[in-house]
Design a protein around this ligand. Structure first.
Ligand SMILES: [Zn+2]
Length: 408
């Protein structure tokens, strides 16, 4: 079993060790060392990264059978067949994990003290850090209180002690959380006069190292409350991003930071009103268009046939236009919309002749691809790409067939 040096010192990043085993699995290579400062994935905390003899260490895991720490490296291992290695841990990543692990202990205890809410799980990844509380919800004031207390503990810069204890001893100590082990030594993390819990992770030596604890989001889920938070460097980066966003909005909306929410709300109201106006204008425009088309329609045996092909950028709504035209007596409308997905809509008034479904099938056949259908009164379809000229050509053939239907 490898000696886990990070248990006692989370700040050491460079060390030498002796290779005790090389593991090859599915073309990957793992190095087992007699001692290691690398933290392996466990307890909701991701593994350290770094380099071992210049080979990148991509992942670190524990072999369940014997507790050996496997350092998975990018390399074929030819250069390390024997002897000692020098290893360096990726410090910014390690410190980020230390800040968040310690921050989590502090925040979990703060929620107990201010809201009697217990932490039931913890998740730390490169993107998000969350704890789940065993309460369905908390008031904004309760959340603020917990955050305030947590930061108070950070600013007091209290020592974070590492203690070892047997399970029996630990039972006497009123730990926040006892791990599911039956025997052996426990590693306890003691944030002086504030929080005592069993944990195998990496932590800062004094609470001041956490820098800042900021709750960024709450999510109610299945009777629990998920609290997303950021500590130290991540909190600062997040603050930077948010500051940039606010500065940009303030400049774009030419308003003050305090007036930003009101400015956006009034923009939304204006936008809604504009949309309503556009809708009304479009409807009025369509009525004008319908009248114009009707006036220009061809007379065919006492009926009016309106044939018109629109381009995609006209934004024409064939259904609405067809409905308006066929409301008038004695009208047949053959409408098309050109573009990468052409549309056809044929319709007629109740008192006009013609079988629209049959005409549509003929048009689709001429178009070559696409589908659609309907009734003798109204049919629609399309799908294939067709330009304005092509659709006009097809519709003039359909006019001929309509003429025959009217004559027959
Ligand atoms: Zn921890």
């Amino acid at each position: 079993m490898s000696e886990r040096l990070y248990y006692q010192d989370a700040y050491a990043v460079r060390f030498t060790a002796v290779i005790t085993e090389l593991v090859r699995e599915n073309g990957r290579l793992a190095i087992v060392l007699d001692r290691s400062y690398f933290y392996p994935t466990s307890g909701g905390q991701p593994a350290d990264r770094g380099v071992i003899n210049d080979m990148p260490a991509l992942d670190v895991t524990v072999r369940p059978e014997d507790g050996a720490v496997l350092h998975w490296v990018d390399g074929d291992g030819r250069e390390i067949e024997t002897g000692a290695v020098t290893a360096v841990i990726d410090w910014p990543r390690r410190f980020d994990h230390m800040q968040h692990h310690t921050g989590q202990h502090i925040l979990s205890q703060a929620f107990i003290r201010t809201a009697q809410a217990q932490t039931v799980s913890f998740h730390l990844s490169d993107d998000t850090v969350t704890i789940d509380l065993d309460v369905p919800d908390l008031t904004p004031e309760q959340v603020r209180q917990a955050e305030r207390l947590a930061n108070q503990i950070v600013w007091e810069n209290r020592p974070v002690h590492i203690r070892m204890a047997t399970l029996e001893e630990a039972r006497q100590m009123s730990l926040r959380k006892l791990p599911p082990v039956k025997n052996g030594q426990l590693r306890l993390i003691d944030i002086e006069n504030f929080d005592l819990t069993a944990c195998g992770g990496t932590h800062v030596a004094r609470t001041g190292g956490v820098g800042l604890i900021k709750i960024t989001r709450l999510e109610r889920r299945r009777g629990q409350l998920r609290v997303e938070f950021r500590c130290g460097g991540r909190a600062l980066a997040d603050y930077g991003r948010k500051n940039e966003t606010v500065a940009r909005l303030v400049a774009d909306l030419t308003t003050g930071q305090a007036e930003l929410v009101t400015a956006v709300a009034s923009l939304q109201t204006e936008n809604k009103e504009a949309s309503r106006t556009i809708k009304k204008l479009r409807a009025a425009l369509l009525q004008v268009e319908a009248k114009r088309l009707l006036a220009a329609g061809q007379k065919m045996g006492g009926f009016t046939v309106v044939t018109r092909v629109f381009d995609a950028e006209d934004g024409a709504n064939l259904r609405v236009l067809g409905a308006q035209l066929s409301q008038k007596p004695g009208v047949v409308a053959l409408l098309g919309l050109a573009g990468s997905k052409s549309q056809l809509l044929f319709c007629r008034s109740d008192d006009a002749p013609g079988e629209m479904d049959k005409l549509l099938q003929a048009a689709l056949q001429a178009l070559g691809r696409g589908g659609g259908g309907g009734s003798p009164q109204m049919a629609q379809g399309g799908g294939a790409a067709a330009d304005n000229g092509r659709l006009r050509q097809i519709l003039s053939q359909i006019e001929q067939q309509l003429r025959q239907q009217i004559a027959g």
